[in-house]
Design a protein around this ligand. Sequence first.
Ligand SMILES: Cc1cc2nc3c(=O)[nH]c(=O)nc-3n(C[C@H](O)[C@H](O)[C@H](O)COP(=O)(O)O)c2cc1C
Length: 336
Amino acid sequence: MTAFPKTSALMRRGAEFLGSDYAILCGAMSWVSERNLVAAISNGGGFGVIACGAMTPDLLDAEIAGTKALTDKPFGVNLITMHPMLFDLIEVCKRHQVGHVVLAGGIPPKGSVEAIKEFGGKVLVFAPTLALAKKLLRSGADALVIEGSEAGGHIGPVATSVLAQEFLPELAADHIVFVAGGIGTGEMIAAYREMGASGVQLGTRFACATESIAHPDFKKAFFRANARDAVASVQIDPRLPVIPVRALKNKGTEEFTAKQREVAQKLDDGKLDMGAAQLEIEHFWAGALRRAVIDGDVESGSVMAGQSVGMVKAEEPAAQIIQTLMQECETALSRA
Ligand SMILES: Cc1cc2nc3c(=O)[nH]c(=O)nc-3n(C[C@H](O)[C@H](O)[C@H](O)COP(=O)(O)O)c2cc1C
């Protein structure tokens, strides 16, 4: 008899797909989602995902091996589709017989979904629109993550609640769909579950778990912050594209605005050509997430966090966070 009968029954399909006790994924977070946090999530009954980010195949190989040494539970690997060595990274996943690969950061390039499925891996993809989601599911993706703009990190323009209304009625009966973005409590998990989601993905809520290697100052910044402190980066000049990222506002975010103004002025004055100007903007945040997470530079680094950051108040073991979420979800479902 499970401790959470209603939740477990509703999560069965998602949990079976993941091979975990609960259909709660900890979304990959670059620098944060390494072996310690990933293993702690999976050992706690959730599903941990290694953030490959810009790692080389050798580094990914070591990270997967290190994770396997800490857990015998299933976990996944998140690969960024524009990584120049994507297919070598897939080869590493194959060698380790990784059960689930999440393809993030754009439309999966030709052959990538097939290469993962060929070795028996399951493929999870993100899709910003319903039409693209249907196309990806038709062409072999096994599951979908829909992620709203409340989330931490790189974001799209549409709120999770709206995506859920658009995608779930159309897809949830026949497909595995996980909902992400702005989920901080089990009540919210219950709501998306009742709308048909197979499960959920959280990042912000897990970033400061006891097992997370994030710097103590990074964690302190999370504990102090409220929802309104987690702001999306703003583009101020139509000629200079900015990919929106949600992070805690700090000196770095102010300097980014000033930088955009300065570069736009140089463009106007003919001191920079368009290519060089766009590159200056693109390079502004290079290494900034690492500086915040690993070095604890929360002033000029990029403290990526979602709007649910206000619900993160203290360090807790990952397993305890998962139990709290499950209990809250169960209570909400029982009330209904
Ligand atoms: C610090 C941080 C780093 C992240 N890095 C990545 C990443 O490398 N790849 C990715 O697909 N998503 C990344 N995300 C998004 C998470 O995987 C997850 O989908 C998101 O945090 C869920 O929304 P929430 O923050 O509202 O819980 C990151 C999120 C955070 C907070």
